[in-house]
Write a protein of this length. Structure first.
Length: 78
């Protein structure tokens, strides 16, 4: 039972902005919706790249935030 808790807590923190985008897409970041809800929230401005970086435990900066948003928007088009 402890290993499931450990995996959940480890999964909450990304090591790169790309990881943060992937985890957001999969619904693995607390407070960030996943899949179509995430796409809608990004379009409406209810969720930003900064929000995703923060939820992933990463340093928040404009360059990485834009990168995360671009990854997720491009995934929406595929």
């Amino acid at each position: 039972m402890h290993s499931a808790s450990l995996l959940a807590s480890v999964a909450a923190f990304a090591t790169t902005p790309f990881d943060a985008a992937t985890q957001a897409q999969r619904g693995q970041l607390e407070g960030i919706p996943s899949y179509q809800v995430l796409q809608s929230a990004l379009r409406s401005g209810n969720v930003t790249g900064e929000d995703i970086l923060e939820a992933a435990g990463l340093e928040v900066n404009a360059t990485d935030a834009n990168f995360v948003e671009n990854i997720l928007r491009n995934n929406d088009r595929n």
